[in-house]
Ligand binder design. Structure first.
Ligand code: ATP
Ligand code: ZN
Ligand code: ZN
Length: 792
């Protein structure tokens, strides 16, 4: 059973001076002799309980791995996210430190103490096992640690790393190779070709299998070449860290535009004055937000402080990383989920030791053990991936603000399309509002044209590319310019839409799309529980073309190659980017213009800065609009604006075509005009009327169980209880089944509370979390999610 109570253990005498808060220990827990890893959260001299205390068995660290800040943050996180404290402590550490990897003690200084000489036995590295050490040895080690003369090393096996492949490069000089070529027999055509290959690609390293495949040499050709001394062959790691960017040209700060300078100065001032202020940097696409971030960070560094830069997972591309490395070199540490456990741990250590002052990373990097923070920046602050979906269910923005308060440093939230929550706060003056209204290239935002697919559908019902879009693509190909096409996969086939008129079937009570349930062939509302059968005809136009909606990238790729047989198409989706480094390779290829069309899912919408892209096409704007979520319009608007911003970023002007079945919907209309201002106004009205955030807070409670009855019953029981703790002003929606009600033979029911100010609610929920634990034995699980991002 999980709990938030700390447990008391006795400290063996030899650990008494050694053990500190924030260190990890091994203790026996519960019945039996199960050993688990625990954290020291407090120390006391007194114990008045009646139980015989168990002893700490072993210590895992030399010095605290969790700082005072981390301990305080974990306390706050536990309360804030309705989580178990142990999970909050664990989330602060890299994986390598959560698992049981082999550890050694490494000597970096000189030792004189005879005890330690025995321990190290003339080696510089020995197994670290405090349990087996004497207290005098521990004391000595403690002293050496304080003098930075020993450290603990984790031995993390990286399976990905250990895979080796053959590589080669030319060993002879170009002249020598030329000479070798002259000595060849006339009919040795293949060897001649190999020598030519080496001469033209001199100094370059090749993976053998790439060359044998692409250039039609065999492995034995290369072996012979090595015997003759033309090349040297050796083994290298197969998967290199794609982010190990070695050769970056250093970059210098650009001269800021007036708007950029104004924004930068405001934040710089807050850094100088140790102000924990939050800034909203609202800048249109291509307005140079990244340069503003870079110069703010530079300012923090100049003040002897460090900086934390968060970027959404999918836009943490090598392109972005390179920009930071180019400016700050080795001071940059990168925390990305694509790194192996070992690589992440290495970066974590560099940050903790203070060797890296600029941390660039995705969501969980917000917990990086960085000291002396001068500024925290969150790019694309509206991105939903900043919210973690598992316990602890934190939003990186909240954590950023907590750390900002702790370090007395500013937090900068940047976006072209801020979340409604943030923008509303900026408007109220809670956040300081900074704006970049112009593109750096001085050009207008790209021209956006809507293609009404209700018309297009009539003459080409089976294609995904309208005549209009096809014509535009053809034009760009003729000009040798590049095209980006986005297929919106959000909300893929979970709702019903009429192909004739674009009508999406909505709940009569909630004005939210109904979700299609395949098992019952019905439509359900996830807010109020309304259910109806799938209609035979469209309630709006009576057409029979009502179907659930979706198309795949592969199908579109096929269509593209049929329409434009000579065009080179690159596809970027979950399938083509699964392998490490694939993401970078695709973008790299496209950047070098080795392809004309980049076709992808929403992962191509963000951050890309390719000067030769002059056309952006959105194949299906509507899928995300139909999501059974009050944020559907907001997400659609954001996505369309972001992707449109990829066009015409340099000298050439760009245009955008959006294919839609709902050309009159306000989210699409305002996205066409790229008019965040009016979208915000309209959407705030909608939220006000519906009683949704930012006017109300929301909390979602989910129960899952082995039978539907158990899950439903529990939710109704909770509903019955919770009303006693809520005022008249709060609204309870549900209980309702979730859209995928059964996952892995577990049934899910949920309930959403909308409220403004409910002083008793927190306590009730904290209690619920702990008491519901008792029922876990019966297979029942309760999840409490504050400000949920997904209502489906
Ligand atoms: N002051 C400047 N002078 C010259 N070029 C600049 C300046 N600031 C930024 N740039 C360049 O302008 C281009 C667009 O900048 P950037 O990609 O940072 O925009 P952005 O606001 O982050 O856009 P998006 O939200 O679309 O990603 C980049 O190529 C960048 O190098
Ligand atoms: Zn409803
Ligand atoms: Zn219809």
């Amino acid at each position: 059973m999980q709990t938030n109570h700390p447990f008391t253990y006795q400290i063996p005498e030899k650990f008494q001076d050694f053990l500190q808060i924030g260190m990890r220990v091994v203790v026996e827990f519960g019945n039996g002799n199960r050993k688990i890893q625990g954290f020291v959260t407090g120390l006391t001299d007194e114990y008045s309980g009646e139980h015989q205390l168990k002893s700490v068995i072993d210590v895992l660290d030399l010095n605290p791995v969790l700082s005072d800040e981390a301990m305080a943050m974990a306390d706050w996180l536990t309360q804030r996210t309705f989580a178990f404290k142990i999970r909050c402590l664990q989330v602060m550490l890299p994986n390598a430190m959560r698992a049981s990897y082999r550890k050694t003690l490494k000597l970096t200084g000189k030792i004189t103490d005879s005890d330690l000489i025995t321990l190290f036995d003339h080696q510089s590295e020995v197994e670290f096992n405090p349990r087996k050490l004497t207290s005098s040895q521990l004391n000595q080690i403690e002293k050496l640690r304080k003098a930075n003369q020993v450290e603990i090393v984790y031995h993390v096996d990286d399976r990905a790393k250990s895979k080796l492949v053959w590589a080669f490069k030319a060993q002879m000089t170009v002249e020598e190779l030329q000479t070798a070529k002259k000595t060849l027999r006339k009919n040795a055509a293949k060897r001649k070709r190999l020598l030519d290959f080496l001469i033209t690609n001199h100094e370059q390293e090749f993976v053998q299998s790439d060359v044998t495949r692409e250039n039609n040499f065999t492995a034995s050709d290369l072996k012979t070449a090595a015997q003759k001394g033309w090349i040297t062959r050796y083994q290298i790691e197969k998967y290199r860290n794609p982010y190990q960017i070695d050769k970056v040209q250093p970059s210098t700060p650009k001269k800021l535009t007036a708007e950029q300078a104004q924004a930068t100065n405001a934040v710089d001032q807050a850094i100088d004055e140790d102000q924990a202020a939050t800034f909203l940097l609202e800048g249109v696409t291509g307005s140079g937000k990244t340069e503003v971030y870079l110069q703010i960070i530079q300012h923090a560094l100049a003040q002897g402080k460090s900086a934390l830069m968060l970027v959404p997972e999918i836009s943490l591309t090598p392109q972005i990383v390179r920009q930071f490395k180019a400016r700050f070199g080795d001071q940059v540490a990168l925390l990305h989920s694509a790194l192996s456990d070992g690589e992440r741990y290495d970066e974590w250590r560099r940050i903790e030791k203070g060797d890296a002052q600029v941390v660039v990373g995705a969501r969980s990097a917000i917990f990086a053990p960085i000291k002396n923070l001068g500024v925290i920046i969150m790019d694309e602050e509206h991105e939903t991936s900043y919210k973690q979906e598992d316990m602890p269910r934190y939003h990186a923005r909240d954590v950023a603000q907590w750390r900002g308060q702790y370090h007395h440093c500013p937090v900068v939230l940047g976006s072209a399309t801020p979340s409604l929550e943030s923008r509303a706060r900026a408007q109220k003056g809670v956040y300081q509002w900074l704006r970049l209204t112009k593109r750096i290239n001085g050009k207008d935002l790209p021209h956006v044209q809507l293609v009404d697919m209700r018309q297009a559908g009539r003459y080409a019902p089976t294609t995904d590319i309208s005549q209009e879009l096809a014509t535009e693509i053809q034009k760009k190909l003729a000009l040798n310019e590049q095209v980006v096409l986005m297929l919106n996969r959000r909300g893929y086939s979970s709702f019903l839409m009429c192909r004739e008129c674009g009508e999406v079937i909505k709940c009569p009570n909630c004005d939210i799309s109904l979700t299609y349930h395949k098992d019952t062939n019905s439509l359900k509302c996830h807010y109020c529980g309304h259910e109806e059968p799938v209609p035979q005809v469209c309630p709006n136009c009576h057409s029979k073309a009502v179907r659930y909606f979706g198309t795949g990238t592969q199908r579109v790729e096929k269509e593209l190659t049929e329409l434009f047989p000579t065009a080179r198409v690159l596809r970027m989706d979950v399938d083509t980017t699964r392998r490490k480094g694939a993401h970078e390779r695709i973008l790299d290829e496209f950047g070098k213009h080795h392809a004309d069309i980049l076709l992808g899912t929403q992962m191509i919408a963000k951050g890309l800065d390719f000067p030769n892209v002059t056309l952006v096409g959105v194949l299906n704007a509507d899928t995300s609009l139909g999501l059974p979520d009050f944020r559907a319009s907001e997400r659609t608007f954001q996505l369309l604006t972001q992707v449109s911003g990829r066009a015409g970023r340099a000298e050439k002007e760009g245009n955008v075509l959006i294919q839609t079945y709902n050309p009159d919907h306000y989210a699409i209309q305002y996205a066409q005009r790229q008019d965040y201002e009016h979208f915000f106004g309209k959407e705030m009205q909608v939220r006000h009327q519906g009683g949704y955030p930012p006017y109300y807070y929301t909390i979602q409670i989910t129960a899952s169980a082995r039978t539907e009855a158990d899950a439903a019953q529990k939710m109704f029981q909770i509903r019955g209880e919770i009303v006693n703790y809520l005022s008249q002003n709060a609204v309870i929606l549900g209980p309702t089944p979730q859209s995928i009600m059964r996952i892995n033979n577990r049934y899910y029911y949920q309930l959403v509370i909308k409220y403004k100010n409910e002083p008793q609610l927190e306590n009730y929920l904290q209690n619920l979390l702990l008491t519901s634990q008792k029922e876990e034995r019966n297979g029942l699980q309760i999840v409490i999610d504050r400000d949920p991002m997904n209502f489906i």
